[in-house]
Design a protein around this ligand. Structure first.
Ligand code: HEC
Ligand code: HEC
Ligand code: HEC
Ligand code: HEC
Ligand code: HEC
Ligand code: HEC
Length: 320
């Protein structure tokens, strides 16, 4: 439990005991209008108390869970920094990213993190790990909140510029889960028994994977207090024009194409969850789809089989 969460819970308990009505069930969000403040959602530890068997096991290795994580003493990025830095700058608490780029973070005020200007890449010029400097080395206490937290933390409140939890928790994709779903699973977003539209399903993923988008109301590069289960496109503007697609990496291209088709209600449009599973992370199910134009960007023309696709190598929003 984060310190911010603990403090807010204590306040909530006070509010309830001093006579405020607590709400009974939670209505699922039907619109996409930004909410005024982040609800007191259930934390992942609470969810996993009941869901540890099926989901808990693979969640340990899920990239979403560990996008921001405690800095382990032997981490190569941390070792490289420690051997180069002046003492004052080595108090790193957390690491962000990994395969292409690692960033160093330090705990700041409640619900905020400081971001170090220096990064580390596992594949530097000589094909080995190397630090990447961006000007004079310094901690920035504003950048993470204004440019990153909406996608690399959970429950980010755009007006307070603070998040509830480090990294990506269940709330990010499942929204504000009603406890009564244990008896009626339909009450939780992404339950197998529901039948949400591709637009609503893809909204949950696009809130972070549509990099380059912007909230109309806050102008920040991530959605404004969006709750999964709602319609992202009400307030989040995403450029899916041919020009934007051309300048994006291969990974971002297939994401933007899918968002373009789904948000414009193109018949037969394929949304993220037609191809992806999150628990455990897999794209095996996409192999069973009928071939169509959408497959060509990765398989070329003709019967899908050969793969002409390479993973992301660059993204401006994330600085790699
Ligand atoms: C709109 C949402 C969004 C914003 C804003 C954002 N990120 Fe990301 N970031 C992502 C997503 C999604 C991925 C994973 C992309 C993938 O795997 O294809 C990612 C991946 C990364 C990675 C991992 C790269 C690797 O090694 O694989 C790093 C590092 C990163 N982001 C840093 C940042 C920093 C620093 C900021 C703020 C300056 C930031 N990001 C802002 C969504 C975002
Ligand atoms: C008190 C126990 C409990 C807690 C806490 C709990 N769940 Fe559940 N959940 C259940 C039960 C029981 C079911 C119905 C049986 C099943 O499908 O596992 C269920 C069903 C679900 C389903 C639908 C499963 C399906 O078959 O499609 C999802 C999704 C889900 N829970 C997510 C969550 C998330 C996310 C949290 C935390 C925010 C959470 N649950 C917290 C007990 C719990
Ligand atoms: C809160 C932001 C957020 C949301 C919501 C989100 N993602 Fe991600 N996703 C990320 C970030 C950040 C990473 C990269 C983690 C890293 O490597 O540091 C990532 C990584 C991934 C990856 C590559 C890693 C892997 O597991 O193989 C896939 C695929 C993916 N996400 C799919 C999805 C899908 C599908 C959804 C919707 C159900 C979704 N994501 C929702 C932020 C998000
Ligand atoms: C037609 C099927 C299909 C659709 C639709 C689709 N994807 Fe993918 N996606 C794939 C496949 C296949 C891969 C390659 C996975 C691999 O390399 O094993 C992939 C790769 C990715 C990756 C990079 C994974 C990595 O390990 O680097 C991310 C992130 C991702 N997709 C997110 C999304 C999101 C978000 C959406 C919806 C906006 C989406 N995808 C729509 C099939 C699809
Ligand atoms: C990145 C988005 C994302 C995050 C984060 C996430 N889920 Fe899910 N979850 C999904 C999607 C999408 C499905 C639908 C089935 C699938 O894709 O695996 C799902 C399905 C489920 C199910 C029902 C299906 C099953 O395999 O039993 C449960 C239970 C569940 N999630 C619990 C959790 C819990 C608990 C957490 C946090 C520890 C969590 N989820 C975090 C996207 C997410
Ligand atoms: C984002 C890129 C991407 C898209 C879009 C995509 N695929 Fe794939 N496909 C892959 C990758 C990567 C693999 C190998 C790994 C895997 O199965 O996830 C693959 C594997 C396959 C395989 C198995 C091939 C074999 O030799 O085992 C089939 C079949 C397939 N895809 C069909 C499709 C169909 C049908 C579509 C369109 C509806 C499609 N793919 C769209 C990337 C993609």
């Amino acid at each position: 439990m984060s310190e911010l969460r603990a403090a807010l819970l204590a306040l909530a308990v006070l509010a309830v005991s001093s006579g405020c009505r607590s709400k009974e069930g939670k209505p699922s969000p039907s619109g996409g209008e930004p909410v005024a403040s982040i609800p007191e959602y259930m934390s992942g530890d609470e969810c996993l108390f009941c869901h540890r068997d099926k989901v808990g096991v693979s969640w340990q290795n899920n990239a979403h869970r560990s996008t921001v994580r405690e800095a382990a003493a032997g981490d190569p990025a941390l070792l490289a920094l420690a051997s180069s830095a002046d003492k004052e700058l080595v108090n790193v608490d957390l690491l962000l990213g990994g395969e292409r780029l690692t960033r160093f973070l330090r705990k700041g005020e409640y619900g905020r993190l400081d971001l170090l200007s220096t990064a580390w890449t596992p594949s530097g010029a000589k094909g080995e790990g190397a630090l990447v400097e961006a000007g004079e080395r310094r901690w920035n206490s504003k950048q993470f909140s204004r440019e990153c937290a909406g996608c690399h933390a959970t429950g980010f409140d755009s007006s307070a510029l603070r998040f509830m939890d480090i990294s990506i928790d269940c709330y990010a994709c499942h929204g504000d889960v009603d406890r009564s779903h244990a008896n009626d699973p339909k009450r939780v977003f992404l339950a197998a028994s529901r039948s949400d539209s591709a637009r609503i399903l893809s909204s949950a993923c696009a809130q972070c994977h549509a990099r380059g988008g912007r909230s109309r109301s806050t102008k920040l590069p991530f959605p404004n207090n969006f709750i999964a289960g709602g319609d992202l496109f009400v307030d989040f503007e995403i450029d899916t024009s041919p020009g934007a697609l051309r300048s994006a990496s291969k990974t971002d291209q297939h994401i933007l194409e899918s968002i373009r088709d789904v948000s414009s209600a193109m018949p037969g449009a394929l949304g993220c969850l037609d191809c992806h599973r999150v628990h455990p992370g897999s794209t095996r199910k996409h192999r069973r789809l009928s071939p169509g134009a959408y497959c060509e960007s990765c398989h070329g023309k003709g019967k899908p089989g050969r793969v002409q696709w390479s993973r992301d190598v660059h993204n401006e929003t994330c600085g790699y």
